[in-house]
Design a protein around this ligand. Structure first.
Ligand code: KIV
Length: 262
């Protein structure tokens, strides 16, 4: 896949699938799947580091995780997330951050919002860096939008999100993530713009869907929002496996003779 394949998929009516990934081992597993793209999301700060929000992700953190993912998924389309404020300190600072991700092996960058950094998006695109937008719930603005809640329920808010989606298209973004917006709004936006919409909590009318890998695998015990479908009971399976290991060690049945060197 490439950013132009995303646009082609929309024209041809093919749905796109994406997941987040932060590490080499999972990236290797994703390599063998048909998934269309991997996002090294700033959710790494929450999922891998245990922070309460994505505000704690840094350029260096995303760069390191991007390198690991690219090493594991050499043939996949990898998007690196521009972390909090990394694209709000002017065009030069944003280019420096994007430079770090592209030389780490990413094929595109994603950034939240549009208003106030149109110049950054335009400059990235003009510099040959495919840009994915992110509208609706913007977790980096969690303190300004009253928590992790559905956006675009009022007319004004819905219109603002639609306008921003069109602006992203005009600025040359190749796709846009729509997070936690009413399904009808996501569907209207999807019909109105030519770039693919990738939904998370945005209903089935989007051109594609993305989930955090650990949510998809049912590994998160504390977090089960309405839009997450766990395709595996990962938490229970992992805990069962570790319990079996613990019991085998304590019973003296692990390691066996076959699992030992003569
Ligand atoms: O960082 C992330 O995981 C994301 C997805 C929710 C789209 O931005």
């Amino acid at each position: 896949m490439s950013s132009s394949d995303f646009l082609r998929a929309k024209i041809e009516g093919r749905r796109l699938s994406m997941v987040t990934c932060y590490d080499y081992t999972f990236a290797r597993l994703l390599s063998g799947s048909a998934i269309d793209g991997i996002l090294v999301g700033d959710s790494v700060a929450m999922v891998m580091q245990g922070h309460p929000s994505t505000l704690y992700a840094t350029v260096e953190l995303i760069r390191l995780h991007t390198e690991a993912v690219v090493r594991g998924a050499t043939a996949k389309f990898v998007v690196a997330d521009m972390p909090f404020l990394s694209f709000r300190r002017g065009v030069t600072a944003a280019l420096d951050s994007a430079h770090a991700f592209m030389t780490a092996g990413a094929h595109a960058v994603k950034l939240e919002g549009v208003d106030g950094h149109e110049d950054v998006i335009q400059r990235l695109v003009e510099s040959g860096i495919p840009v994915m937008g992110h509208l609706g719930l913007q977790p980096q603005a969690v303190h300004a939008c009253g928590g992790f809640r559905v956006q675009g329920r009022s007319n004004d808010s819905a219109q603002a999100i639609s306008r921003q989606a069109s602006t992203l298209e005009v600025l040359g973004a190749f796709a846009v993530v729509l997070e936690c917006v009413p399904a009808s709004l996501a569907e209207d936006i999807t019909k109105a713009i030519r770039i693919p919409t990738i939904g998370i909590g945005a209903g089935a009318g989007c051109d594609g869907q993305i989930l955090v890998l650990q949510d998809l695998l049912g590994m998160n015990l504390d977090f089960r929002p309405r839009f997450v479908r766990p395709f595996l009971d990962g938490a229970r399976n992992i805990q069962d496996a570790v319990t079996q290991f613990d019991e085998a060690v304590k019973a003296g049945t692990f390691p066996s003779t076959e699992e030992s060197y003569s």
